[in-house]
Write a protein that binds this ligand. Sequence first.
Ligand SMILES: [Zn+2]
Length: 311
Amino acid sequence: MSTWNRNHRPQTLAAPVSLSGNGLHGNRSCTVRLVPVDRATGLVFRHLPSGTDIPVEARNAGDLTLATTLVKDGIRLQTVEHLLSALVGLEVEHLLIELSAEELPILDGSAEPWVAAILRAGVQTLAGRRRFIKILRPVEVRQNGKWIRVLPTEGLGLRIRYTIDFDHPAIGRQSRELSLTPDKYRRELGAARTFCLEEEIDYMRARGLALGGSLDNAVVFGSDGPLNEVLRFEDEAVRHKMLDLIGDLALLGAPLAGLVEAHAAGHALHVALAQAILDQPEAWTWAEMPEESERKIQPHRSFSPAFAAQA
Ligand SMILES: [Zn+2]
């Protein structure tokens, strides 16, 4: 459907849509209502019990050890990355996200239920142009042998090259590359579930984490392979890392145009890259996608002023 091709206009949803479920770590119920906006506001969370609005921006990032957290005025929103990933993946970049609690539902551990909700609601365009952060110079962040960087590319797309290398027989080394489009997001990334190692579970539970975790919302890798009956993709782990990266890059506040290469990265490095980009304004510029009609009409303008005037 053409709606899901890359759009030059900012997009929001066509209608509100709600989803409920329990959080992965606190195991408490949360209802999320995605509410269309009437102008390009970016993505903004609203914690209903306190009335606190938290824009999706890198300066509001909190703890990043197991999930991406946004913090403002004492409110701490946990596990925002899968919803943000679905929104960025489908180019819905302007929305009010109302929450009844501080931790988002984990659902099936992937972004697929969010994708389905977005498709149910449909999208509509807003006035103005989509603005991109177009990378002009490389930006890199390194940390104990793990690294992530962004390099300039032609055009206004986001290309991702991601490698993970787990010293664990069931995961090992996985590498994948993808040029992001809404269709590719839906087909190749959205359904990839979050994962952990069986040996990490006791450690997390002892710290009051992953209390809502089960084989219904995460892939658990034991020494002989996944404890779940089937994987959705042979390389589901690296695909989920790419899904997480796309969600974490939402903290840039605008879509990114460039090539992101990540090696053994995670939430902390993803968000560190977003922060490093914003901290280096000489490494990027704002860019707008030309309108489809302008691209087609432009060659005629030199010999048909009347036609150009109409357009
Ligand atoms: Zn994740």
